[in-house]
Design a protein around this ligand. Structure first.
Ligand code: ADP
Length: 261
């Protein structure tokens, strides 16, 4: 009965959220969390109401990228209020379940599943245009749970142009096709670096692999984001690069990506 009641709560939460974007990657370190946070922030600056749900319990990066800390507010013992990062940008991270964010955690699959379901059922997300979900790299329990709990989630796959990343993306695409998940498309991150001195482009991790992969699988290619030190500066400031006033190549590419979405 408790499960059925939670199913109802999940349904009513999801009914008030128009689009659910599930940001994934085959490998870690390709910039998945940075892309997720910046898509969300860009959409919020365009006037949409946006929520970010970080379901990575082992390495939650969203709070760090946004410079937020601490536990969530709990109202009447069950309704959880998300952190309000900006007027129309609210955030919930699995990190808030950890007493000490620096502690390594040992969570079994069922615990992750129940935490993720709770973050949909019990959080007062309200009416949203977009819920952007950041996930751990690869395809594990968290991904299965998200796809089962949010069947209309659309997946955004982040890769770098390097073969090691592309090989893992192919596995992720196979997993998503097997799970019959909707795929919005592929983003190529760390795609070329503009030399700050001569403005010539350096193809540090090669270029174009993400687009080729998208074409091979018949998936839309959503855009290429250049390598840009501004990303690192922004994340150390705890601000998404799209919310900084400085106009950088990476900001332009991310804003374009949000418009494509
Ligand atoms: P993931 O979520 O895939 O593990 P992150 O988003 O945490 O990756 O990014 C890994 C590192 O790469 C971070 O230090 C981030 O600031 C940096 N990074 C991500 N995208 C870019 C980019 N386009 N240009 C420069 N640095 C980037």
């Amino acid at each position: 009965a408790a499960q059925a009641m939670q199913d109802e709560l999940i349904k009513s939460t999801l009914a008030r959220i128009r689009y659910k974007l599930f940001v994934m990657s085959g490998k870690g370190g390709v910039g998945k969390s940075s892309v997720a946070v910046n898509i969300a922030a860009a959409l919020s600056t365009m006037g949409y109401r946006v929520g970010i749900l970080d379901v990575d319990i082992h390495g939650p990066s969203v709070p760090g990228l946004l410079g937020i800390k601490g536990q969530l507010d709990v109202d009447r013992g069950r309704i959880i209020r998300p952190k309000q990062y900006a007027e129309n940008l609210s955030v919930v991270s699995m990190e808030s379940l950890l007493k000490d964010p620096d502690q390594a955690v040992l969570w079994r699959g069922p615990m992750k599943t129940s935490a993720i379901r709770q973050f949909v059922a019990d959080v007062s997300w309200g009416d949203l245009d977009f819920l952007v979900i950041d996930s751990p790299p690869g395809t594990g329990d968290e991904h299965m749970t998200v796809l089962k709990t949010i069947p209309d989630a659309l997946c955004v796959i982040v890769t770098t142009p390097q073969e090691v990343s592309l090989a893992d993306v192919r596995k992720a695409v196979n997993f998503l096709q097997y799970a019959k998940a909707g795929i919005l498309g592929v983003v190529e991150n760390m795609s070329g670096l503009i030399c700050p001195h001569c403005r010539e482009e350096i193809e540090l991790f090669k270029k174009g692999g993400g687009r080729e992969l998208a074409e091979r699988y018949g998936l839309p290619f959503l855009g290429a984001i250049p390598l840009d030190p501004a990303t690192v500066v922004a994340s150390d400031l705890g601000k998404p690069v799209v919310m900084l006033s400085e106009e950088t190549p990476v900001k332009a590419a991310l804003m374009q990506l949000a418009r494509t979405i």
